[in-house]
Design a protein around this ligand. Structure first.
Ligand code: AMP
Length: 499
């Protein structure tokens, strides 16, 4: 099944194709037609399933179908996407821009911890799509710097995390002020009583979709941490590769500069390695990938964004040379291995600077990762953590410290250009690469229709028969434990930090 038959426009298909997506994931197969239908949607999907494109593509399609506003007429906000964390907001808006690169729609992202004025300016110029965290959105609503009276589509992304993080009151306050006639999409990895209540009050006869994580569930992947000193990481990596005679090792670094340097050092160690990242030309990336695939290149060093276009699954070895700043990226990275029962392992070389990042990851995946110290590489326990630099590894950079805003200012897209650099880690844009099937996304079940419980005067519905039937989605998924609050976020109304 390709993207062509899902009812998306040429412009969207072109963008998707350029990003290297060839096969829609199960959530995309189900969500795209459902959203295009105009009805509400309740989707059970975790990060890593391709859910962002699952709602972004049909939203872009729907919005682009309306005639563009006449010259000089300000664009009203027509779609609002709420996310629990700043990082997710930035990533989602990056996806909006990437998928909408051939459309004339505009988008912006807004979250707390950064100046509000650039956000106000963006709103004043007019945007079609706003991606926001709830706290900062409320600030705008209270200051009347955002007009949502023309809103057509609302998305609550990772709704369970939003509730775990205490955003329910903020969300309710936002919902109360939105125009009642709109399309609502709710995405959640888990379905607690609280989510069910929210879904009941928000959604009108929603289509119900549930997919499993990518087959490479976090549970199924052998994961290990090797504690090591920061300046011994390269040596340890060389040791592991040589000792075990590893081939097809995908190594992740946080920065483009780090990727280049590591590839050079490995090459000096006699291990064939190339780096791919946003500063590399498409032809260099394609060449590196081809060599990696046919096993002439032993190691591919990649940044998170560059790795998105890599169409190789079931890699035997994924190594996190640096832990990612965003915990979700860890899940994406390790999802490259161990798919569909293939053996694979994901190793992380973790130094003292990264202990907080590790905690965030373990909280997100809700399990501790086993640790193994390699003989000869025992970490010096007296070493003090040092701040992790953000842009490149050049001197004097900002701290990556927890709670620090990860993005200078919100971006506004004009619908052109490639996805830009990920906001914080200095990775280049790109996301290109060739091929890319995101394979291994396992569809667990298609679930049925919930009874209409809420109602918000929404648009006419398709006949019941056109939707999957039943209401099992809301039945009995375990409530997430431990809060899942990894990553920075805007503080809910009860606390005023970071807004
Ligand atoms: P998400 O679950 O939305 O966070 O997406 C997880 C990752 O899958 C992101 O890196 C996307 O770029 C990538 N992705 C989404 N859809 C596809 C697809 N159809 N084929 C390949 N990769 C995809």
């Amino acid at each position: 099944m390709s993207f062509d038959s899902l009812g998306l426009s040429e412009s969207l298909l072109r963008a998707v194709n350029e990003l290297g997506y060839t096969v829609p994931t199960p959530i995309q197969l189900q969500a795209i037609p459902a959203v295009l239908n105009g009805g509400d949607l309740l989707a059970g999907a975790q990060t890593g399933t391709g859910k962002t494109a699952g709602f972004t593509l049909p939203i872009l399609q729907r919005l682009s179908e309306a005639p563009a506003p006449a010259a000089g007429v300000k664009r009203p906000v027509r779609a609002l996407i709420l996310t629990p964390t700043r990082e997710l907001a930035a990533q989602v808006e990056e996806s909006v821009r990437a998928y909408g690169k051939y459309l004339k729609l505009k988008s912006t992202v807004m979250f707390g911890g950064v100046g509000i004025n650039p956000q106000i300016d963006a709103l004043r110029r007019g945007v079609d799509i706003v991606v926001a965290t709830p706290g900062r959105l409320l600030d705008h609503m209270q200051q009347k710097t955002i007009d949502l009276s023309k809103l057509e589509i609302l998305v609550l992304d990772e709704a369970d995390r939003m509730l775990d993080m205490g955003f329910i009151h903020d969300i309710k306050r936002v919902l109360a002020k939105l125009p009642p006639k709109r399309q609502n999409l709710l995405f959640s990895a888990t379905f607690s009583e609280e989510i069910k209540t929210l879904a009941d009050s928000l959604l009108d006869r929603p289509a119900l979709i549930e997919v499993a994580r990518r087959n490479s569930t976090v549970e199924a992947i052998a994961q290990k941490i090797h504690p090591v000193d920061r300046d011994k990481k390269r040596e340890l990596l060389t040791h592991l590769i040589r000792q075990n005679n590893w081939f097809q090792v995908l190594v992740f670094t946080r920065t483009k500069h780090g990727a280049n340097r590591l590839a050079e050092q490995l090459t000096k160690d006699g291990i064939s390695a190339l780096a791919i990242h946003g500063n590399k030309s498409q032809s260099a990336r394609t060449r590196a990938l081809a060599e990696f695939k046919d096993n002439t290149l032993q190691v591919l060093v990649a940044t998170d964004i560059a790795a998105r276009g890599i169409d190789i699954d079931q890699l035997p070895h994924v190594v996190n040379f640096d832990l990612p700043n965003v915990p979700e990226d860890y899940v994406h990275r390790i999802g490259r291995t161990g798919r569909a029962g293939a053996t694979g392992e994901a190793l992380s070389l973790v130094c003292v600077d990264e202990h907080q990042l590790l905690k965030d990851i373990e909280r997100l995946i809700k399990r501790p990762i086993p640790q193994e110290v390699i003989a000869g590489f025992e970490p010096d326990l007296t070493q003090k953590p040092e701040p992790i630099l953000r842009r490149g590894q050049g001197g004097g950079g900002a701290r990556q410290g927890q709670g620090a805003p990860r993005q200078g200012a919100p971006k506004q897209s004009n619908g052109g250009g490639r996805p830009s650099a990920k906001p914080t880690n200095g990775n280049g844009g790109g996301g290109g690469g060739n091929g890319g099937n995101g394979g291994g996304y396992g569809s667990r079940s298609q679930k049925p229709v919930a009874a209409k419980t809420g109602g918000n005067g929404s648009a006419p519905r398709k006949p019941e028969g056109s939707r999957p039937a039943g209401a099992a989605l809301l039945g009995g998924k375990p409530r997430s434990e431990g809060g899942g609050g990894a990553g920075r976020r805007d503080t809910p109304r009860t606390g005023q930090r970071g807004r």
